[in-house]
Design a protein. Structure first.
Length: 296
């Protein structure tokens, strides 16, 4: 019969006696957040994002005033961009939401899993052991949290830069109507929240492509190409009313929140369709990751 070990024998046989430390949570959200900010591409992405307002200030300072203006609503906003911090921040958000925030969402959510595979560290994380669903959830949460931070930080930084450069006048639309700061700030926050919701399909598509490929560029670039294709299809009137369901069809509906009399119908439709696409591709990503053999 085996004799029970004494306390001293147990201590001698424990992993700590050999200098081995048991890892309770090898991939916690805190650890993943540190890994996210320890990567150069994260710093570069935020650097480009925060440089956009500064570049616009320089462009407005040295650019040509009044020439080559077009009659679109966007150009009328550009005409008022130098009238104060509110108008300037609106222009920055408009420009970033067209492409830059899409690239950032695809980068943060699409690059997480394939980057581990490209470093040949993904299988070691799973041996730790870490459940696949836990690993994938950690990657998704930190990717979305980084996207939220980018979406919220940009308008705040643009307000500061615009206030220093052009003063702190409230929002003035092309018709000469004004929104007070008490009206503008909550609506701007709502508009940025809606922009984040419209980024969810791109983030989910990039996430799904990421679990199918070991190449980060394939996941990020594939999501951006799908977004471009959806925008092209959205221009075809022959696809009515089916094009309403395409990701990005309601991507500019956030501007309705900043009107004097806001309209919420398009924002509601856009939020619902964005959630449908995001949930569908996220489920596909989990299904794929649970079944695929991890070789990298």
């Amino acid at each position: 019969m085996t004799q029970p070990r004494t306390t001293e024998q147990t201590a001698e046989a424990s992993p700590a006696a050999y200098g081995i430390t048991r890892v309770r949570d090898p991939l916690s959200w805190r650890a993943e957040w540190g890994r996210q900010w320890g990567r150069r591409r994260t710093l570069v992405a935020f650097g480009l994002l925060l440089s956009l307002p500064l570049i616009l200030v320089i462009a407005f300072a040295f650019g040509d005033d009044g020439e080559n203006r077009r009659g679109s609503a966007a150009s009328r906003i550009f005409d008022l961009a130098q009238s104060g911090a509110a108008n300037f921040s609106l222009v920055v958000v408009f420009l970033a939401s067209e492409l830059l925030l899409i690239l950032i969402a695809a980068l943060f959510c699409g690059d997480a899993v394939p980057s581990e595979a490209s470093w040949s560290s993904l299988r070691y994380l799973l041996v730790a052991p870490v459940r696949r669903a836990r690993l994938l959830t950690s990657k998704a949460v930190i990717g979305l949290a980084s996207t939220v931070l980018a979406t919220a930080l940009l308008p705040a930084w643009a307000l500061l830069v615009g206030g220093v450069a052009y003063g702190w006048d409230p929002l003035t639309n092309p018709l000469g109507e004004n929104l007070t700061w008490a009206q503008f700030l909550p609506r701007l926050a709502l508009a940025c929240a809606y922009i984040f919701v419209t980024l969810l399909p791109i983030a989910a598509i990039a996430f799904w492509l990421g679990v199918r490929s070991d190449a980060p560029l394939a996941a990020v670039g594939g999501a951006v190409l799908i977004n471009i294709l959806a925008n092209i299809l959205d221009q075809l009137d022959a696809l009515d009313p089916y094009r309403n369901a395409l990701p990005g069809h309601y991507s500019r509906a956030w501007q309705d929140a900043l009107a004097i009399e806001p309209q919420w119908t398009d924002m509601i439709h856009g939020s619902l369709w964005s959630l449908v696409w995001a949930v569908a591709f996220t489920m596909l990503a989990y299904r794929r990751f649970r079944r695929v053999d991890i070789l990298s």
